[in-house]
Design a protein around this ligand. Sequence first.
Ligand code: NAD
Ligand code: 44H
Length: 401
Amino acid sequence: MTANNTTTSSKKAVHFGAGNIGRGFVACFLHNSGYEVVFADVNASIIDQLNAQPSYKVIEVGVDGTTESTITNYRAINSKDHEDEVIREIATADVVTCSVGPNILKFIAPVIAKGIDQRSNDLSPIAVIACENAIGATDTLAEFIKAPQNTPPEHVQDMDKRARFANSAIDRIVPAQDPDAGLDVKLEKFYEWVVESGPFKDHGLPSIKGINWVENLEPYIERKLYTVNTGHATAAYHGYNRRKSTVYDALQDRDIQQEVKKALENTANLITEKHGIDEEEQQAYVDKIVRRISNPHLEDAVERVGRAPLRKLSRKERFIGPAAELAEQGKDCTGLLDAAEMAFRFQNVEGDDESKELAMIMENHSAEDVVKQVCGLQPNEKLYPKVVDIVKRVQADSREE
Ligand SMILES: NC(=O)c1ccc[n+]([C@@H]2O[C@H](COP(=O)([O-])OP(=O)(O)OC[C@H]3O[C@@H](n4cnc5c(N)ncnc54)[C@H](O)[C@@H]3O)[C@@H](O)[C@H]2O)c1
Ligand SMILES: O=P(O)(O)OC[C@@H](O)[C@@H](O)[C@H](O)[C@H](O)CO
C-alpha cells in the first residue's frame, strides 16, 4: 500500500538529527500533521541527499506485511556550516524537536538558545521536545539552553514567552538501514510518542497527530526505558557475547530468552509497585515487547542496540537505574546485573567510541573507581559491592586473554 501524505501549510518544525528515528518517526509524524520540516544535521551527506531529493519513503515492516508512506515538504541545513540559517529558522518555527542522542544535547543547545532569543514575543512560544531515550532529556536540553554562556541571564526570566519545554518518551524500533537504502527508512509498525502536556496549559497543545499528551510523564518514560530498552539491551549484550549478529538471532537462543525474561521480571517488580501499574497489564506490555524485539524483518544488529555502553551503564539508565532501586528495597536484580556484566564486556567494538573508552577505563582503573565513574554508584549504596564484583571478574578475564 502506498500513501502519499503531501500537505502544504505554514506550520514549521525544525528537527535536529536526520538519522533513523528523526527521518523515520519524528519528521514523518510532523509531516503527517501538516508541518514543513527543516532538518538540521552535521552529516553533510544526509543533508545533501535531503536537499537533492524531494521525497523519501518510510517503510513499516511486520508479520502482516509492509506499508509505505512518502514524506515530502522538507528542507535540510548543515548545522555545522550554516548555524545562522538554523537560528533564523528557529526564530520563526512552531516546534523544535531533536533525536541526536542524549550526549549531543549540549552541542545543539547554543543554536536553539540563539533561535529562541531572536523570537518575537508576539509569536506563540515555540514547543521544544527532545525525542531521546533518556529520562528528562528535554529538561537536560533546557538547562543547557538557559546556561549563561548560551542565553543572557536577563533573557531567561521571561523565556516562557518564547519557548515551552516538554519531556517525552518515544518508542519505535528503527534499526540501522541498509547501506543502499538512501534516505528511505525501514522500521516496525508499532509506535508510541508520549509528551508532557503541562508546559502548554495556557497556550494550547501543538497540533501533532499521534502524540499521547499526559500530565505526568514519569511512569511512561520509566516503563519504556526499563522495559523496552532494558529488554532490548539485555538481548543485545548477551547476544554480542555469544556472537549473535541480530537481536532476532539472540532471541532464538533459549538461555538468552531466559536472561531477558529474568531482567524484565526484575524491572516489572519495580515498576508495578512504584507507579501502581497492574501486574497483568505490565506482563502484557512485556510480552508485546518481546514480540517486537523478536521481529525477524527488522534485522537489528546487536552492535546498534548495544551502542554507547558507558551511557547504558550510567546511573539513570536501563540497568543500574532500576537495579539500584531494587537493591535498596532488598529485591532481586540478578537479571539486570547479568546484563550489566555483558555490557561491561562490550569493549572495542568497531565503530563504537564508547566501547573503546570503556576498555581503556577498565584497563586503567580499580574496579571501585570504574563503578563510581561509569555507574555513578557510591560505596554506601547496596548495589555498589555487587557491581564491583562484576567489574573485578570482567577485568580478571581480560587480563587472562
Ligand atoms: N533508532 C531507534 O530505534 C530509536 C527509537 C527511539 C529513540 N531513539 C533515540 O533517538 C536518538 C537518535 O537515535 P537514532 O537511532 O536515530 O540515531 P542515528 O545515529 O540514526 O541519528 C542521529 C543523527 O543525529 C545527527 N547528529 C549528531 N550530532 C549532531 C549535531 N551536533 N547536530 C545535529 N545533528 C547531529 C547524526 O548525524 C545522525 O544523523 C537517540 O537518543 C536514540 O536513543 C532511537
Ligand atoms: O537508542 P539507544 O542506544 O538508547 O538504545 C538502542 C535501542 O534499544 C533503541 O534505539 C530502541 O530501538 C528504541 O528505544 C525503541 O523505541
